[in-house]
Design a protein around this ligand. Structure first.
Ligand code: HEM
Length: 209
């Protein structure tokens, strides 16, 4: 694994494909909804409202997991566009690791959540929204479930920190440095009138603008 991600000189900025952009923003919506639900029910006394929020939290978790696995499969077949050498090497390294840790957490968070719920489940299935049955992870007792719950909470705070750093970097590139990097993820556009092409998976077809 190279220590600094490859960069390719580019006249036109190479951006993520429409599919990758859709995966990205759909994940953002689900993750922000999920975090809002989690923080909301965590501070509530037991009530039907708390149960409803919790049920939606346990429903969106598997959705994020499945979406991430599909997204990772797509990404393995369609490597992201190379960075422009305009972006300093240390930012390419931190950006790449930020993305890798995101993928790890997008898998670890739903799984630790499911493991936590499995320790308290009355049977082999839990009920998601609309009464949809979902299998628990077998063999997890109450104590182990509680430990997974603690790990889940630690990962949540790591994830929130990562989101803050990631969004701050994107906004800084776009509005302060006026680097073209954020234009890789529409609807961001590179500053000035640099052309943008789809550069994912070796595809260099002109992008709709
Ligand atoms: C839940 C929150 C978020 C998650 C989990 C997330 C995750 C990711 C991941 C994994 C990538 C790399 C995609 C890939 O290589 O396959 C990425 C790229 C990107 N994201 Fe996010 N993101 C989030 C929120 C945001 C927000 C709020 C912004 C803007 C304010 C943003 C802007 C960008 C940009 C500009 C890129 C392209 C970076 C580059 O490759 O140069 N993201 N994001």
């Amino acid at each position: 694994m190279s220590s600094v991600p490859e960069a390719a000189p580019q006249e036109a900025i190479r951006r993520y494909s429409n599919a990758a952009v859709t995966f990205h923003w759909l994940t953002v919506v689900l993750v922000l909804t999920q975090a809002t639900l989690g923080f909301a029910f965590d501070n509530m006394a037991d009530s039907p409202t708390k149960m409803t929020l919790f049920t939606w939290h346990t429903t969106i978790g598997p959705l994020i997991l499945v979406l991430t696995l599909i997204r990772l499969g797509y990404r393995l077949k369609n490597p992201p566009p190379p960075y422009s050498p305009d972006l300093p090497a240390w930012e390419r390294v931190t950006g790449t690791w930020n993305h890798r840790i995101f993928y790890a957490l997008l898998i670890a968070l739903p799984l630790t959540g499911l493991a936590a719920v499995s320790g308290h489940a009355p049977g082999p299935f839990i009920k998601l929204a609309f009464g949809i049955p979902f299998p628990i992870i077998p063999g997890i007792g109450k104590d182990l479930g509680d430990e997974f719950g603690d790990i889940h909470v630690v990962l949540v705070f790591a994830f929130v920190l990562l989101i803050v750093l990631h969004a701050a970097a994107a906004l800084k590139h776009q509005f302060f440095d006026r680097f073209p990097a954020s234009g890789r993820m529409p609807p961001f556009q590179p500053p000035g009138d640099r052309a943008v092409i789809v550069g994912q998976g070796g595809n260099a077809a002109p992008a709709e603008r």
